[in-house]
Write a protein that binds this ligand. Structure first.
Ligand SMILES: Cc1cc2nc3c(=O)[nH]c(=O)nc-3n(C[C@H](O)[C@H](O)[C@H](O)COP(=O)(O)OP(=O)(O)OC[C@H]3O[C@@H](n4cnc5c(N)ncnc54)[C@H](O)[C@@H]3O)c2cc1C
Ligand code: FES
Length: 348
């Protein structure tokens, strides 16, 4: 059964099958709604049911941190988990008129491993070559879902490259977690020539082209990947917006892509890369910034009014950076983020 879902205040209508989520139905019709994890964890897709009964919507498993019961009772929903069982009108709480009609088609693809190398003691650089189809268009900053071989599970990974530079290649920076279903498999078993299945692109962590405001990027851990993609794309396209990239790591051994980022300082019109170590040791012989990355931003930036901010990495870092940037004057609607939430822990 299909139902009509109308989104306000943008006035866009889609038809959704009962067996697909509203977010997925929208994406398949080229309507790009705000989202992050697609797993009911991050709350980026939270919206309000303006017209429709509570039992017209059924939710797949989600975290009650993302949607507490009292909010659900008031009429809030997570579009990435919601199935419509009647026609509905939904108020989008976060939306971006520039993005909403810019959806790229979601593609199921297979790809072959080109390389799988360590870039730090616990992060790897995985490069895939698409086999079927041989190209997938994506915006810098987007991600794909990779199926964990031998399971029905998938994990989301952001591309570190751009789809224009080396068409057919997908590059990732992936952190290895002890007992991590995909990351341990990748570290221990995934070899050059092996095949992976994936689908995408997803995500709205992309450069808003209509703005020419200065940019501030804040990243930690594997949050390097989509920020590198955005910076590489700026260099490729000669974008001259002022940009600062604050990157948090524990020790010097956790830093990666240093040479390329220093090169981008020379290549981009007005770009500075500011790595900071939160736990420097004597062995680091570090003369750069120290402390939590949010403290470093607070120390070095006094006024970020009028800037666009991009924050990406582990959820606690993202959650600390967002109010900080808003406090420094960034318009909340212009703080774009991807929380690298895990797929495992759900509260319901
Ligand atoms: C939109 C999006 C984009 C992402 N992009 C990337 C990316 O570019 N690179 C990347 O490395 N990851 C990225 N992630 C996270 C990724 O999808 C996986 O969740 C992560 O790699 C862990 O998967 P796993 O199968 O190895 O571990 P799991 O089997 O899911 O987890 C195993 C163990 O590790 C712990 N664990 C997993 N993740 C974390 C964490 N973040 N912090 C603390 N403990 C954790 C779990 O609690 C569990 O105990 C992204 C997530 C999202 C939602
Ligand atoms: S909770 Fe829906 S996208 Fe994260």
């Amino acid at each position: 059964m299909k139902h009509v879902v109308r989104f306000e205040p943008v006035g866009v209508e889609i038809e959704v099958d009962e067996d697909q989520t509203i977010l997925r139905g929208a994406a398949e019709q080229g309507v790009m709604l705000m989202h992050g994890c697609k797993e009911g964890q991050c709350a980026a897709c939270k919206s309000f049911v303006l017209d429709g009964e509570l039992d017209d919507i059924d939710h797949d498993k989600y975290s009650t941190f993302a949607l507490p019961d009292y909010e659900k009772d008031e009429g809030y929903t997570l579009l990435c988990r919601a199935h419509a069982y009647a026609d509905l009108t939904i108020e989008l709480l976060n939306y971006d008129e520039e993005m909403i009609r810019s959806g790229l088609p979601i593609v199921d693809a297979t790809a072959e491993v080109v390389s799988n190398d360590a870039v730090t003691h616990d992060m790897r650089h995985l490069v895939l070559r698409l086999k079927e189809p041989t190209e997938v268009k994506f915006f810098p900053g987007q991600y794909v879902d990779i199926v964990v071989p031998g399971t029905e599970e998938h994990r989301s990974f952001s591309m570190a490259n751009t789809s224009s530079r080396e068409s057919g290649l997908l590059e990732f920076v992936i952190k290895i977690y002890p007992d991590g279903l995909f990351s341990q498999f990748m570290q221990d078993k995934l070899k050059v020539g092996d095949e992976l299945a994936l689908s995408g692109p997803f995500g709205v962590f992309t450069l808003r082209e209509s703005h020419d405001s200065p940019l501030v990027f804040v990243g930690g851990g594997a949050g390097m990947a989509p920020i590198l993609s955005l910076l590489r794309s700026m260099a490729e396209r000669g974008i001259t917006r002022r940009a600062r990239f604050y990157y948090g790591a524990r020790t010097r051994a956790d830093l990666c892509f240093e040479e390329e980022l220093r090169g981008l300082e020379a290549q981009l019109a007005d770009f500075r890369y500011v790595p900071a170590l939160s736990e420097p040791t004597d062995a680091c012989a570090w003369e750069g910034e120290t402390g939590l990355i949010t403290d470093v931003v607070k120390r070095l930036e006094s006024d970020c009014t009028g800037r666009d901010a991009y924050v990406c990495g582990p959820p606690p870092m993202v959650e600390a950076a967002m109010p900080l940037l808003a406090g420094l004057g960034v318009d909340e609607a212009r703080i774009y983020f991807d929380k690298f939430t895990t797929t495992g822990e759900t509260g319901q």
